[in-house]
Design a protein. Structure first.
Lengths: 332, 332
DNA sequence: TTACTGTTCGATCATTTGATCAATAGACGA
DNA sequence: TCGTCTATTGATCAAATGATCGAACAGTAA
């Protein structure tokens, strides 16, 4: 039909031609994506060459004619995961489906997802050093892991595993993990927060402390939890910090903590009386490692976001509700 | 993780495993189709081998997790669709592009288009009763549908799902659909055409038969195929009717059938020896419902046209070649 | 425990796809 | 009418994909 008027303006012809191409592109796309035909078959059906079909398909995709929808509850998770990875430059971000159950009900999910990540490191046959934080999530993760014989690896705690009263940390994962794999273990013989600056210095002066720190520095990867800073914070509930100290942190706008290091919304470690007494490895020391955090639940959203903002993490295993908070907060 | 229940039956475990696989399949599908990643990248991201990713993608497609929609009004199809809707007072008419290939080559297209229509009913959260006919198209449609959890719905067959020899109908969609949604299913325990009028009456006298019929009457919508009446008719090829019976129908100018009820060009149900033995629900009984037919191919044109002429249909999903026949025949 | 069976997994190969590049046809100005 | 320039086309090759096959594995029964 374009044949008629020779002197016609450029516009109508162009549009017509383009529309025609789009029509054919739609056909090609239909045949390819819905019909599952090969490009050769499509080529002979539409009477164009194979590369021609390729161009049509490219056009169809480019023009947004092809809409793909993954019809599964996880689609959501993947979307958020991708957004978070892109925004914060992570190596990966696993978003597990939200558990409609109670607050700590999502730990199993996280635990399994985290264990899968962890297992991927463990399969390596060459000796590996991994460091672990503490917390329910980390503990659950190592418990979700299946037994594998990996005596060549080493596991080291990044966080002191004794409380102020001398009792040992019930959420330490290193012991369990080392038991499950037959690997070597290195525990940090210190409370998370020392009683005073002097005590911290005394601890850090110990040869054992220094030896463990040295091992931790060599770790290829670290799995840590993310803590909230509020009345329900583990740090507070397990008496690592007192009520006065908690209030001091809240006054300084602390929203979360990594390894006991409190940070503000921007993810900057807050310098305060508590920070000066934290015995864990400085976060800066872990910059070179793959720092993988494991935390979920809507309530932990701000804390997780802070950790991301600070650029501390290389990987994140979280759940749908926390991911949603993060995505919303960043307008992703 | 699985540690809890020792005596757990095989089923739950199986289901769990399957769900887990599906989850991962959805992840893989997302990364592949939406994210455009290569299978190698997905493999390393999910921690499986590349062939593993391939299997996951195959599973995702097979389970209908991946839905592709071509968002372009193919001018031709749309035009014919409009014409048919206007001429026969339908609620809708979907025309999919023709597949120039063999007769049954167009089933996938129809199936996808039909599944989209069906899915629109299924999303309803309030309980819904849908009835289904039989045939390749219907079967393909339910297979193209993605898995959704809709236990509140009910599905009922409009056509007997056993052959004369007692084997069950291979094209029955109710079972598949109910499996995919977890909904209740009601099957018609009868052959399409009874051996004799007495047998039909005996069947209809059964309490089960009456119960299923009662459910079918309550259906909000029905999805049915359209059958030809000739030597290649499903009715004949699957031995629902004998050669003599076929010839009798042809002599009476039958051109098509709905649910086993033969009709002439005008779409009037033909009263004959066969009609008196058809066990399916009378078409009149479905007048109040949304009767959606699914059929395509140039060869089925006359049958489809007859169904339209009879005014039985509220919706039609067909293909370009059948649509062209209809449009031409009616001088639209 | 051992053999068997059914299943799953990963290496390999053929096919399909995407991309580059040279050639050709058409368009425009001289 | 010619020359040149651009847009489009088809050939070629590397990458990615799908499929087959053998091996390892778990589960089962003797």
């Amino acid at each position: 039909m374009a044949g008629g008027i020779v002197g016609s303006l450029e516009q109508p012809n162009r549009v017509d031609k383009f529309e025609l191409k789009l029509d054919q592109a739609a056909r090609a796309a239909w045949l390819s994506y819905v019909g599952g035909r090969t490009q050769d078959e499509i080529a002979s059906q539409l009477g164009v060459s194979r590369p021609g079909v390729q161009r049509l398909l490219a056009l169809a995709r480019q023009e947004g004619l092809v809409k793909v929808h993954i019809d599964h509850p996880l689609a959501n998770c993947m979307m958020m995961s991708d957004a978070i990875v892109a925004r914060f430059g992570l190596d990966f971000c696993d978003v597990v489906p939200a558990d409609p159950d109670a607050s700590d009900g999502d730990v199993p999910y996280l635990a399994v997802a985290g264990a899968e990540r962890l297992a991927r490191y463990l399969v390596a046959s060459e000796p590996l050093t991994l460091s672990l934080g503490t917390g329910r999530a980390i503990r659950a993760m190592v418990e979700a892991l299946s037994r594998v014989d990996r005596p060549q690896h080493r596991f080291v705690s990044l966080v002191g595993n004794v409380a102020r009263d001398g009792s040992s940390n019930r959420y330490d994962g290193v012991m369990v993990l080392a038991d499950k794999t037959g690997a070597e273990r290195f525990l940090l013989p210190a409370p998370v927060v020392a009683g005073s600056v002097e005590e911290k210095q005394a601890l850090q002066g110990q040869r054992l402390f220094q030896a463990v720190t040295e091992v931790a520095k060599q770790a290829e990867a670290s799995f840590i939890g993310i803590g909230r800073i509020d009345r329900r914070a583990t740090l507070f509930q397990d008496h690592f910090i007192s009520e006065t100290e908690l209030e001091e942190l809240l006054a300084l706008d602390a929203v979360g903590e990594l390894l006991g290091w409190p940070m503000n919304q921007a993810g900057e470690v807050i310098d305060c009386s508590i920070t000066r007494r934290v015995t864990s490895l400085p976060l800066e020391m872990l910059r070179g490692q793959s720092l993988v955090a494991l935390a979920g639940g809507r309530d932990k959203g701000p804390a997780i976001l802070a950790a991301l903002q600070g650029g501390w993490l290389k990987g994140l295993v979280t759940d749908e509700s926390a991911a949603r908070y993060i995505v919303k907060s960043c307008n992703l």
